[in-house]
Design a protein around this ligand. Sequence first.
Ligand SMILES: [Zn+2]
Length: 163
Amino acid sequence: MPADYDRAKRAARDLLAKYKITKAPIDPEAIAQAEGIDVVYATFNGQIGDQVAGYSEPMNGRIVINRDLHTNRKTYTIAHELGHHMLHKDYLDDEGAYQVFPRMQSYDGTPKPPEEQEADAFAAALLVPLDLLRKYVDFASPSELSRMFLVSREVILNRMKWL
Ligand SMILES: [Zn+2]
């Protein structure tokens, strides 16, 4: 099934509206907790720590984040994993078991699965809502916007394409 970006963005907008969030930065951890999802930080040993940013267990209502990530990446990873909880709660793997969604640090050019693309679209829409970005974009530089929204410059530049 191809990625359904509209559904992902709608889910993010619905959450922002539900919690009446109108100011940056958006705190995805607070939203997750309000939704009854636990966000826990863990040390991932050795190689796993270099490869995995975090993972979700939607069936257990839990997001696990790599403690060693830089703040912007932590925030983005929580938002991304929250997307899996909102969009992919009932996803099963080939064996019929509930899916765990690891977020890799890099995909090395292999195409991301549709669920990963949807979670990314959700995270971008949640952390940088376009109506909020529109308010500041004319008088703040991408670097300033990056600090304001607590996301990377790359995410800001990406969102600016949609204005
Ligand atoms: Zn993911």
